[in-house]
Design a protein around this ligand. Structure first.
Ligand code: URA
Length: 509
């Protein structure tokens, strides 16, 4: 099909231009296959240009087209083409995706907008390939925004100006500038990047074309102070180099003055740790100090008495090697006494960083499913069979590796303690690793899913179903059906009335 509509945007982050053009294209009933999007070289967010494509957020669920799909093409009506009503979350998604460097981002978002209007079922299909792609791009942009906030280092120039050099992955400078404006409102500063620069003069933000690294100022005396401070707060006993590199990727190091200290501090970490262990304990100064101290892990062999102690114990666990590479242990979350405990396999990349279960793509799918069932996430307790993220480094990426029997077994004690502490009435195994951990035997999900199994010594029934990641791996043609089947499983296990677990013979069927 011919690309009859060539839309040239003012710049790579021209979100306002995209909104305007998309609104007109939609009003003219131009299908996405007929549009070629071209991003110009300079960004063009005019001051105060906050025009909204969708005339700001509609009710979350309402998607109404300005014209029905089979209506005759409406003429373009200039900048005032009728507003389109889309879910508020789509507006947010669009604002993030359009900042990605991916050349196809404008086409993707116009296609999604078109489909939202013409395919109402799209809203109920979290596994749709376009939706997944958009979510992936948005996550990368959010990460980049976060890294810029964490790694910009200002250096003073002249009397009261500060300048920083930064190299973002995506077109985020304009979107991120208000954060720095609020944070450093009293200071005059500029952030230089290869593509775009931003300056705050104390009253207004000004955007300019990209700069050269050589324009960034050299180190200063204040930086020396910061280095001394960094040296002092560096705790050798807590050094996890892999995690540090993960959080502070090496490509940012040349802009971080403290990075020069990492190698020598890391090299001396083992010796300093030993010295710390050998040193006599420092007496506590007051009861207040004691109260805010970290929760200590229980002694080996001792059962943790609280979920905080469980967290401390799993963090200190060395029963298998994967903990050494993880950022932290990820225990479950949810109410003590929850009726259902849902158990997954192990934290993924995002869970490992956040320290919370099910916050990455699989978690979002699970959240969506629970929402669809009217079963709020905060009513269930979400846990994992294995408490540390197991991965393999491929370049800079940490690729999930399925936990082996050894790791699952080593972690079995922690899951057992967690069940004891939470006292759920029923257990739901998401996937084979969880099922095996809860039932103590191999489980074939295809054969045993969708029913309650009564095999546990503590009397708690176990319901087996798919892990959300299994749905994410399905070929597109099979996803919708697989998702429906999974929802049905979850609905069945939710809708069961239990007798309290103190009656160890609960029979929920
Ligand atoms: N997959 C899991 O099994 N658990 C999580 O917490 C996240 C992804």
């Amino acid at each position: 099909m011919a690309l009859d509509h060539r839309i040239v945007l003012a710049g790579p982050a021209d979100v306002a231009g995209f909104r305007r053009e998309a609104r007109q294209l939609l009003a003219q009933q131009v299908p996405p296959q007929q549009v070629a999007w071209v991003a110009g070289q300079t960004s063009a967010r005019a001051p105060g240009d906050t025009a909204s494509l969708w005339d700001e957020p509609a009710e979350p669920a309402a998607v109404t087209a300005s014209a029905p799909p089979d209506a005759p093409a409406a003429p373009a009506s200039g900048p005032d083409a009728p507003a389109v009503r889309v879910p508020a979350a789509f507006v947010e998604l669009c604002n993030q995706v359009l900042l990605h460097r991916e050349p196809g981002r404008f086409a993707l978002m116009y296609r999604l907008l078109w489909r939202l209007v013409h395919e109402p079922a799209l809203r109920h299909d979290p596994l749709d390939a376009d939706r997944l792609k958009a979510a992936e791009l948005a996550a990368a942009v959010r990460r980049d925004i976060h890294k810029m906030r964490a790694f910009v280092r200002f250096r003073p120039v002249g009397d009261d100006r500060h300048v920083a050099w930064f190299e973002p992955d995506h077109h985020i400078v304009e979107a991120n500038a208000p954060f720095f404006m609020r944070r450093f409102a009293q200071m005059r500063w500029a952030i230089l990047t290869p593509e775009r620069c931003v300056e705050w003069d104390g009253e207004q933000l000004h955007f300019q074309p990209g700069a050269d690294r050589a324009s960034a100022p050299p180190a200063d005396a204040g930086e020396q102070l910061w280095l001394t401070y960094y040296q002092h707060i560096f705790n050798p006993a807590r050094l996890k180099l892999a995690m540090m590199v993960r959080e502070m990727p090496r490509r940012y190091w040349h802009n971080l003055p403290e990075a020069a200290l990492i190698a020598p501090l890391a090299a001396s970490a083992a010796a300093r740790s030993e010295a710390m262990i050998e040193a006599p304990a420092t007496p506590a100064r007051s009861t207040r100090t004691l109260r805010i101290q970290r929760v200590e892990a229980p002694q080996p062999g001792e059962a943790p008495r609280t979920l905080e102690a469980l967290k401390a114990a799993t963090n200190a666990c060395t029963a298998c090697p994967i903990g050494a590479l993880a950022t932290q242990a990820v225990c479950g979350e949810g109410p003590v006494g929850a009726q259902h405990m849902l158990v997954g396999e192990q934290p993924g990349d995002q869970e490992d960083l956040a320290g919370r279960p099910f916050v990455g793509p699989a978690g979002q799918l699970l959240d969506g499913a629970l929402r669809e069932l009217g079963w709020p996430r905060h009513q269930v307790y979400l846990a994992n069979a294995v408490k540390h993220f197991k991965y393999e480094l491929r370049g800079k990426r940490r690729l999930h590796k399925t936990a082996g029997q050894r790791e699952a077994q080593a972690c079995g004690q922690w899951l057992a303690h967690e069940i004891d502490l939470v006292q759920p009435q029923a257990l739901v195994a998401l996937g084979a690793t969880a099922a095996r951990a809860l039932l103590g035997r191999e489980v074939t999900i295809g054969r045993e899913r969708g029913r309650w199994l009564h095999e546990r010594a503590d009397g708690r029934p176990v319901f087996v179903t798919l892990h959300p990641s299994a749905l994410l791996r399905q070929p597109e043609s099979a996803r919708a059906a697989a998702y429906e089947g999974w929802l049905e499983d979850l609905r069945r296990c939710r809708d069961v009335a239990f007798v309290p677990s103190s009656a160890a013979t609960a029979t929920p069927d």
